[in-house]
Design a protein around this ligand. Structure first.
Ligand code: ATP
Ligand code: MN
Length: 478
């Protein structure tokens, strides 16, 4: 098997009239003669020409959409239009049959909704092949960018006893017989008897542990799955998603924003360079899809233009307070078109507001800073005004929030005081507070939602289509 050549390499080959071996899955078989074969190395198929007059009838019948084949033949310059090379088959072997009556993926257009139901097979479509190759490149580029800056990839635990945001949206992890858990005398569930001797959950963020690493290794990042039992029935939320969380010692908010903007631009340019064909295909797909929308809802830029635009322009940086002023005076607010009207300072921004700022007002990515402390987490560094914290959110067109981060509160007293105000038990986070007791220093970090990044780069509309097997309410199939 090792002698086979991937289709991507064959299509790029400058050599012809050589014997080659390919393996892949049949996309189509025309006129009992032309096989379009794909092996996932590229969106393009290679054409196999079968000498049907000298091929067994029974074998020809088994060359059906979805079947997997081994083909040996001559790589030759193609006579037909649409491809430079093709393979004149000398030997066709069926490795796996595919009953055309039962194969769910017919060679025609299927809706994304339908493909979600057959997520185990959707990798075999052009769209999902392209998405998952782009996803792979983006993941690699994240590592490459951070590694080249000397960041240490740190693996933080998936099972934790802390709920970093304190939002109570964590999935519980227990070994108890759920119908009959042991109880204390007062009738509460006795987690002392559970596997870990305390209540535990799946992590919602690796940040707190990440900070511990940064307070010795200087620059670290996590890149792993996180879990949120929030109502994730939106096109932007999953119950299980991947997050990149860099934490850096001796960084202030400015440094933090520069790093995040640099990372986003790097990975986008990496994909543009290394996944050109796939992105061209996805750009085309988006244009097709948009044809069914009314003129005024279509985007002004193609996907490729949008990605390039993002690289060529610096992200607009402004404070939450400045953003509120813009939103208060905005037409949709005055005409009461927002679902949540902006009455004044302090309101949490909804995605309609974020998207207005990005898509209508600035028409480019935006970084909002210095949010009211009431709507942000306890660990964010408090500003001298007593009202705001050194938070930053990066907002992207079509996506809304893609990054959430902050300079962290490094002053023990301030941190303890804020935790007390917010009712976060200091005993449980003794280890976190220890870093502020021993050699504390200014530091900062952020969380980049990986699927939101993939969503932006692929131009897809639903986050469920950029992760192989999405987890969301009432769905854990596959
Ligand atoms: P949102 O307001 O959109 O729910 P958040 O404020 O809860 O986001 P953070 O807790 O700051 O988000 O998480 C950091 C990043 O993780 C976000 O900027 C986003 O990119 C991503 N993210 C958050 N929740 C989800 C989710 N349920 N599914 C996918 N990505 C998510
Ligand atoms: Mn959320």
């Amino acid at each position: 098997m090792s002698k086979r050549t991937k289709i991507k390499a064959l299509l790029e080959s400058t050599q012809t009239d050589i014997q080659v071996t390919v393996m892949g899955w049949v996309r189509t078989f025309r006129n009992n003669q032309f096989i379009a074969l794909n092996d996932g190395s590229t969106n393009n198929n290679i054409q196999i020409v079968v000498d049907f007059e000298n091929t067994d009838e029974a074998l020809l019948k088994r060359i059906t959409t979805g079947a997997s084949l081994k083909v040996v033949g001559q790589l030759v310059a193609s006579l037909g239009k649409g491809q430079k090379v093709e393979i004149k088959a000398t030997e066709v072997e069926i490795l796996g049959d595919s009953d055309p009556e039962k194969y769910p993926l017919q060679p025609k257009k299927h809706s994304l909704e339908f493909l979600r139901e057959i997520a185990h097979l959707r990798f075999r479509t052009n769209t999902f092949g392209a998405i998952f190759r782009v996803r792979n490149s983006l993941a690699f580029a994240v590592h490459k960018f951070l590694q080249e800056k000397g960041f240490v990839y740190l693996h933080t635990p998936v099972i934790t006893a802390s709920d970093a945001e304190g939002a109570g949206e964590a999935f519980k992890v227990t070994n108890f017989d759920i119908a009959n858990p042991p109880r204390t005398e007062s009738g509460e569930i006795d987690y002392k008897q559970d596997f870990f001797g305390k209540a535990t959950n799946l992590t919602v963020s690796g940040q707190l542990e990440g900070e511990l690493g940064a307070m010795a290794l200087s620059d670290i990042y996590t890149f792993g799955p996180t879990f949120r039992a929030e109502n994730s029935n939106t096109t932007r939320h999953l119950a299980e998603f991947w997050m990149i969380e860099p934490e850096m010692a001796f960084y202030d908010l400015e440094d933090n924003m520069d790093l995040a903007e640099g990372l986003l631009k790097y990975v986008i340019s990496y994909a543009l360079e290394n996944n050109r064909e796939d992105l061209e295909f996805l750009s085309q797909r988006l244009q097709e899809e948009e044809k069914s929308k009314p003129q005024n809802e279509r985007s002004e830029m193609s996907l490729l233009d949008k990605l390039q635009f993002c690289l060529d322009n610096s992200f607009e940086r402004l404070t939450y307070t400045e953003a509120i002023d813009i939103l208060k005076e905005s037409t949709p607010n005055k005409k009461k078109k927002f679902q949540y009207l902006i009455e004044g300072w302090g309101a949490d921004l909804q995605s309609e507001h974020e998207r207005y700022l990005v898509e209508k007002h600035f028409k480019k990515p935006v970084i909002l800073t210095d949010y009211p402390k009431e709507i942000k987490a306890f660990y964010m560094r408090q500003n001298d005004d007593g009202k705001t914290v050194r938070a930053m959110d990066i907002l992207f067109p079509g996506i809304g929030e893609i990054v959430g981060g902050s300079q962290r509160e490094e002053r023990l007293e301030k941190l303890e005081q804020r935790m007390a105000e917010m009712g976060i038990p200091a005993e449980e986070l003794w280890w976190y507070l220890d870093t502020r007791r021993f050699g504390s220093c200014p530091h900062a970090g952020f969380g980049l939602g990986f699927e939101r990044l993939v969503l932006f780069v692929t131009g897809m509309g639903n986050i469920r289509d950029v992760i192989p097997f999405p987890r969301f309410p009432k769905n854990a199939e596959f």
